[in-house]
Design a protein around this ligand. Sequence first.
Ligand SMILES: NC(=O)c1ccc[n+]([C@@H]2O[C@H](COP(=O)([O-])OP(=O)(O)OC[C@H]3O[C@@H](n4cnc5c(N)ncnc54)[C@H](O)[C@@H]3O)[C@@H](O)[C@H]2O)c1
Length: 429
Amino acid sequence: MISKVKNKEAKIAVIGLGYVGLPIALEFARKASVIGFDININRVKLLNNNEDPSRELGGEAFEGCDISFTADPNDLSEANVFIIAVPTPIDEAKLPDLKPLLGATANVGKVLKKGDYVIFESTVYPGCTEDDCVPVLEKESGLEFVKDFKVGYSPERINPGDKTHTLQTVIKVVSGCDNESSEEIAELYEMVVTAGVHRAASIKVAEAAKIIENTQRDVNIALINELSIIFGRLGINTYEVLEAAGTKWNFLKFFPGLVGGHCIGVDPYYLTHKAKQVGYHAKIINSGRYVNDSMGFYLGKQTVKKIIAAGVNVMEARVLVLGATFKENVSDIRNSKVVDLIKEMESFAVHVEVMDPHADSDEVFENYGFHLINEAKGVYDAVVVAVNHHDYSNFTDDDFSKWLSPNGIVVDVKGIYRGKVKKFEYLSL
Ligand SMILES: NC(=O)c1ccc[n+]([C@@H]2O[C@H](COP(=O)([O-])OP(=O)(O)OC[C@H]3O[C@@H](n4cnc5c(N)ncnc54)[C@H](O)[C@@H]3O)[C@@H](O)[C@H]2O)c1
């Protein structure tokens, strides 16, 4: 199969062209013939104009690529290798929502032929590929798993907004359903991942490896968030404590903050769901999720307390929030915990205005029911720097003076201005 892909006798189809799928599709398209499929026709239109709808890649990323973009599932029949990179969100009860994944799998199943390969990249719980997706492939195709078609799993480690840890520069974990497929899939990814691949012992091992990478991060950040609540009560600055403790060789480098987005704040729920299915109620992971999910509300409340302590009538208070995205220097607003902070302050009748040069105001309105402002006007009682976008890193007292009343408050969620804010009351995690 790999030799056929290399000499363009066989095509690769990438299903789902978002943050994960598009970079993979374009990277393969430099070496092989690729079909990029997405159910969102508007995305496909933009892609056909060499525009990345996620605004991560520039026009140059499309140059020299052998790729055709389509929203027609029938076009998938020309491919022999299918890479599925669709979302794996959670529902309102925080349970895995496999609808996009199983929908994409069914579309692939309909065009699957003997000898084809299906590789899943979406983040899932251990067992999802073989127990949930393979039956759909068998049912839709009428073919037999392993004998007629092979399946693999290769989790994605890209980090939006990070130009250092990219698809090419980070070792990719790969797995297959037998030795042959494991080797073929490893060779396939070696075509595009300069850093090389790690051959996991099985599909379940590869699935578990991905889910614990993000779960480990979530739990560690939760510990630091909890410490920041304790230190807040003790009147100690968490960043100063971390700086001191960080001088020990084995102290782990994690910082407090809002854990949003569609990975770290979501993936642990896939693992706790699977754990429950096998009779174990995950305690540490669930506690970590609880702490991290509460931080936006905690910060909102702390800000309101400071406003009241400054002698301002909350009903007349105005707060400017800088940053609405789920992390720095990206446009992605999905599962942004800044929204919890805003809603908490609004629940006290505080008037909140939000600016973000990276986020799209219409998208924010569609998802959260408020628009972004382009320009801050008037005097605010607090400025909350919620996301450490590059644009905000050099603010000084003079910048804050343009927005704040003399007894105003700087809320520095990420501890960027520690030791620099002298004229105003200062609050950070
Ligand atoms: N974004 C990241 O940083 C990141 C990193 C590692 C892993 N992941 C995982 O990768 C997967 C994809 O995430 P993403 O961030 O690229 O999502 P995304 O929302 O950016 O993109 C997903 C794309 O899939 C399309 N889609 C949805 N259902 C489809 C279907 N049935 N058929 C075809 N296309 C469909 C959507 O229109 C969208 O364009 C998820 O499982 C995620 O957890 C994401």
